[in-house]
Design a protein around this ligand. Structure first.
Ligand code: ADP
Ligand code: MG
Length: 227
C-alpha cells in the first residue's frame, strides 16, 4: 500500500540546505499497525508529512495505492489525501463552533454524501469510539481524551485506506492516552491500517511494528508478536 524508497528531505534555511531525512526505505501493507518512534527533532513529523502527502521529499520514490506521489500535482495530491488518509493530530484540530457530530460529518460533506447518510455514519463512528452520549457537545465541553476520540471518529468516517496520527497521545494524560491506544488497537483488529508517531516508548509498545528514527535515519524496523 505504501512504498517509500531512498527518501531524502532537506529544508532550506537561509543559504543553508539542512538535511533532515536520509535514505528512508519503508514498506507498509494493508492491515498493519506501525509506530514511528524517535527523539524530538529526529524527523518524525517530516516523515509523517511526506507519508500524508502534505510535504514532498527532496528526492526518492513514494508510491501510495499505486499512485506515484512525486509525479502528482497538487490537485491529485488533494484527491489522494481526501480519499486515502484519515489524519489525527496531537492537538485534535476540531472546529470549536461545531459539536462532535458536526465535526465528524465535515469530511463527509466534502465527500458529497447525503445529509441523512452523513448523520448516520457520524453517529455510527462516534458510538464506535464510545461517545454515543456526547454527540451534541462542543469541543470545549469535552475532555482532551474525548476530543481525540472525536478526531479519531472523524478520521475513520470516510473509510480511509489508513490513519496517520502524529503524537496522538502527546497532549493527553496517561490514562486518556491508554484509552486512545486501546481504541487504535481495536480498530486495527477490525482491519484499519494505522501509522502513528510517538516519542514515548510506552505508547509504541502497543504496536506490532515499531520503526526507530534517529537523526533522520531508520536505525531499527522491528516486528513482534503479541500473545
Ligand atoms: P520530530 O517530529 O521528530 O520532532 P521534525 O520532523 O519536526 O522532528 O523536525 C526534524 C528537523 O527538521 C528538526 O531539526 C527541525 O528543526 C527541522 N525542521 C522541521 N520542519 C522544518 C521547516 N519547515 N523548515 C526548516 N526546518 C525544519
Ligand atoms: Mg514532531
Amino acid at each position: 500500500m505504501i512504498s517509500l524508497k531512498n527518501i531524502f528531505k532537506s529544508y532550506i534555511q537561509g543559504d543553508l540546505d539542512v538535511p533532515v531525512l536520509h535514505d528512508i526505505n519503508i514498506e507498509i501493507n494493508r492491515g498493519e499497525f506501525v509506530s514511528i518512534m524517535g527523539p524530538s527533532g529526529s524527523g518524525k513529523s517530516t516523515l509523517m508529512n511526506i507519508i500524508g502527502c502534505i510535504d514532498r521529499p527532496t528526492s526518492g520514490e513514494y508510491v501510495l495505492n499505486g499512485f506515484n506521489i512525486l509525479e502528482s500535482n497538487e490537485k491529485k495530491l488533494s484527491m489522494i489525501r481526501n480519499q486515502f488518509i484519515g489524519f489525527v493530530f496531537q492537538h485534535f484540530h476540531l472546529l470549536p463552533r461545531l459539536n462532535a457530530l458536526e465535526n465528524v460529518e465535515l469530511p463527509l460533506i466534502y465527500g458529497g454524501i447525503s445529509k441523512k447518510e452523513r448523520r448516520k455514519r457520524a453517529q455510527e463512528v462516534l458510538a464506535k469510539v464510545g461517545l454515543a452520549d456526547r454527540m451534541d457537545h462542543l469541543p470545549n465541553q469535552l475532555s482532551g481524551g474525548q476530543k481525540q476520540r472525536v478526531a479519531i471518529a472523524r478520521a475513520i468516517a470516510t473509510n480511509p485506506s489508513f490513519i496517520l496520527a502524529d503524537e496522538p497521545t502527546g497532549a493527553l494524560d496517561s490514562k486518556s492516552g491508554e484509552q486512545i491506544m486501546n481504541i487504535f488497537t481495536q480498530l486495527n483488529k477490525e482491519g484499519t491500517t494505522i501509522i502513528m508517531v510517538t516519542h514515548e516508548e510506552e505508547v509504541a509498545a502497543y504496536t506490532p511494528r515499531c520503526i526507530l528514527l534517529r537523526d533522520g535515519r531508520i536505525t531499527s524496523d522491528m516486528k513482534r508478536v503479541f500473545t
